[in-house]
Write a protein that binds this ligand. Sequence first.
Ligand code: SAH
Ligand code: SF4
Ligand code: F3S
Length: 464
Amino acid sequence: MNKSYHITTFGCQMNEHDSEIISGMLSELGYEESKERKNAGIVIINTCSVRENADKRFFGTLGQLKRRKEEGDDFLMCVCGCMMQQQHIIDTIKQKYPWVDIIFGTHNIHEFPKLVENVVAEKKKITDVWEEGGEIIEGLPARRLHKHKAFVNIMYGCNNFCTYCIVPYTRGRERSRKPEEIVREIQALAEDGVKEVMLLGQNVNSYRGLRESDGSIADFTDLLYMINEIEGIERIRFMTSHPKDLSEKLIEAFVQCRKLCKSLHLPVQSGSSEVLRRMNRRYTKEDYLALVSKLRQAVPEIALTTDIIVGFPGESEEDFAETLDLCQKVQYDSAFTFLYSIRRGTPAEKYEDQIPEEIKHCRFNRLVEVVNASSAQKNAAYVGRVVRVLVDGESKRERGYGGEKPGSGMTALAGRTDTFKLVNFIGAKELIGSFVEVEITAANTFSLTGKIVGKENFSVADKK
Ligand code: SAH
Ligand code: SF4
Ligand code: F3S
């Protein structure tokens, strides 16, 4: 077995960050990341279980790897993440994919190096999945995807039990990190060149961290004010907020904290108060609309995004019309739309009136039309404006710069505005990781195009 590894990650930013930690731990042990899965000595799949599609993709990937094992290739097959927190999944793996070497869960990723050692030394297979998270483990290394931005967990788990959702079962109960631990981590990140942090939690609004100093409780906004003071950090983002406990204090923080980005992901899930009740979301359509108008009054330029589930059991045509109406009223900057997917063990699994697939798809398409129209309109309003963009990397889009081709030494770049708009433009590669001023020249539904009109923090090129 060679000393390289490859990780495939499905799911949300939590999972991406867990993969960064697994990667960090393996690097400390002297393993190197392999760009291709087929040459790696350790193959890891970090799974998601939020919808059936995610499950299917995992089993598909596992099926592809079967041949390699059968051909006698010497590699360690490891699977982890949210799917592994469900017994029926582990049973299926053991039955159909008995060649998997290590199965571990979301609560014990810190033990992964030990598991690898044991499996290698004793040539056996291990399943080690914990039902609940124990003490929060601090100080794990993370190998970041980007030099200039980082994910930071502020809390783990979820207590909300929305009736459709598997996450409370796969990630356990809410546990918040101490604010000082979070601040220390972000200070170290800033010293390492990080300019933007994304604070992670399933419901950051219910963050309650025990202060080391006096044992009192810091809430989410207290934490934001603390992070806002950290030198070197320029942007603070967070995910996700539950509308039911978004406080006045947080709205005020958008006004007071210079570094807090003016964008908010506020999943609504449905526009029907009756569907929301059966989803156990604990707010009504009216509550949500009132919250949006309060936010916009305090922070007029704030960009709002959301998640919406179509075809929840019992969703009538009238319920769905309420969702369309809510989207018309809110005018989201963008929305992630999902077909309801039955999750085993959740309350909604047992609900009667599951919606037929054709109706779900038809509603889905109608909804996408409405949300795309507002995305396009919101983006169009940026044309002619000059925005501050943090350059993330090379653009995934190679065409469509208004006919402009990158000149010599130039490349197609992409970055985000404060409001999380994706901007494509042409510039020197050295700009990656720094802020530039971009004049927006064109807009479409999902991104903006522009040209650089100014630079700041011009890191590498400055020194030339
Ligand atoms: N904690 C976050 C969301 C985590 S899951 C929050 O509460 O906002 C991300 C999104 O997946 C959810 O917002 C929801 O829209 C969607 N989702 C979750 N379970 C689903 C299911 N069973 N079927 C379809 N979509 C689902
Ligand atoms: Fe799932 Fe609801 Fe928790 Fe979000 S808040 S993770 S949707 S149970
Ligand atoms: Fe998926 Fe688990 Fe995230 S189920 S969405 S990876 S918390």
